[in-house]
Design a protein. Structure first.
Length: 398
């Protein structure tokens, strides 16, 4: 794996540089840059542990001490910290940090003389920091189930990119992909697909039809087809993404675990339960090793394993797994998150099969209340849950 070897070499070089800079006077900004760069290298390897946080936090302190809080370097490190917290499932921290970064960049661009005084490369770097803050803030809001609040910053990021980087830039592809992801989660599937397709065309024109840069787009196209119920097409896209990711990441990288979990869900939909369960368990082991047991990705894979157990008729096991996933989601995401509603809906569907049919209506009602507030009345999940509740309550027994 060339890319992994390169990042290992970069890590060694940066650690030596940091050790040298620690002993030099007046080297605070260079030290801050090296600390931030090392954090970037470790994050690229899939790490989001305390060392990565400590590197970014120290870089942030040094940048602030050397140049103040209201500078691009500070905003850039805040974005990096936001991403690590997002990866850890700490979405409120990610939201706060990205909002701080965005405030810095907005204040900077509010200066009338900025464009005249700054060189074009510096301006482009600043706009990318601004775009990154908008994307991270929106991602954190989306991950907390607030889809409506995530749309405006993504539309704003798209406008920034269109004005300053052009319609055929990689920056445009990133922003289109971000907006497509939001619409997919929001249930706006018809809006998501053309955004993904446009991003795919841009990246293919820049890097080739099957370049590693397209792995994320392929993955998202697979996720969209999975949501639409076209499991065969979803599998094709997901396997294309996995093949590209395996070219750039070694076994155990968290990105591979995410794809394994999604591919498992697709295989589950195709009735290939043994393959699905194996992938779910691989993904679960990877997420637990990286995050511990309290993380949204752990809950997702437990819930999916519960569905496999239910399909096989192992109903007591399914209930235990659904309840375990529910408890993790309530602790990590709060009691009114859409993913909590998913667990409640699944438990409502299971209840009559395990002699707890009287509990089904209450489970569906709680899930429906959550989904109507967070996802909206027209979201496909809301409509499905409403139908379940109506049947359980006798309002629509058909």
């Amino acid at each position: 794996m060339t890319s992994v070897s390169r990042t290992d070499a970069e890590q060694s070089v940066l650690r030596r540089l940091i050790a040298e800079l620690e002993n030099l006077p007046d080297a605070a900004e260079d030290l801050a840059s090296a600390l931030n760069d090392l954090g970037d290298v470790l994050a690229a390897q899939g790490r989001c542990d305390e060392e990565v946080l400590a590197l970014y936090r120290r870089a942030l302190q040094l940048f602030i001490a050397a140049g103040g809080e209201d500078q691009p370097d500070t905003a850039n490190v805040l974005n990096n910290l936001a991403w690590v917290h997002y990866d850890r499932g700490e979405y409120r921290d990610a939201e706060q940090l990205s909002a701080e970064a965005l405030a810095i960049m907005d204040a900077l661009f509010a200066q009338d003389d900025l464009a005249a005084e700054a060189n074009p490369d510096s301006l482009d770097a600043c706009r990318r920091i601004q775009r990154g803050a908008l994307s991270l803030y929106a991602g954190a809001r989306r991950a907390q189930g607030d889809y409506a609040a995530a749309e405006a910053p993504l539309l704003r990021a798209l406008a920034v990119v269109e004005e300053h980087f052009g319609e055929d830039s990689e920056d445009m592809a990133r922003s289109l992909n971000d907006l497509g992801m939001l619409y997919k989660y929001w249930g706006r599937f018809a809006d998501a697909e053309p955004l993904y397709r446009r991003a795919q065309a841009i990246l293919a024109a820049l890097y080739g039809e099957n370049a590693p840069e397209l792995a994320g787009i392929f993955y998202n196209l697979g996720g969209l087809q999975h949501a639409l119920g076209d499991y065969a097409t979803a599998e094709t896209w997901c396997r294309r993404s996995l093949a590209l990711q395996e070219r750039i990441h070694t076994e155990g990288h968290p990105q591979l675990a995410v794809i394994h979990g999604t591919l498992a869900a697709i295989l589950d939909g195709l009735g290939r339960y043994e393959e699905a369960e194996d992938l779910y368990r691989r993904a679960l082991a990877s997420h637990v090793a990286r995050h511990g047991t309290e993380h949204p990705e752990v809950a997702l894979n437990l819930s999916n394993l519960a569905a496999i157990a239910e399909a096989r008729g192992c109903l007591a096991e399914a209930e235990a797994l659904y309840l375990h996933a529910l408890r993790i989601r309530e602790r990590c995401l709060g009691p009114v998150h859409p993913q909590v509603a998913t667990c409640l809906n699944n438990l409502g569907m299971l209840a009559p099969l395990i002699g707890k049919g009287a509990e089904a209506e209450g489970l569906f009602r709680r899930a429906l209340d959550i989904l109507e507030r967070s996802a909206g009345a027209d979201h496909p999940h809301t409509q499905i849950c409403r139908a379940h509740w109506e049947r359980a309550s006798g309002k629509n027994p058909a």
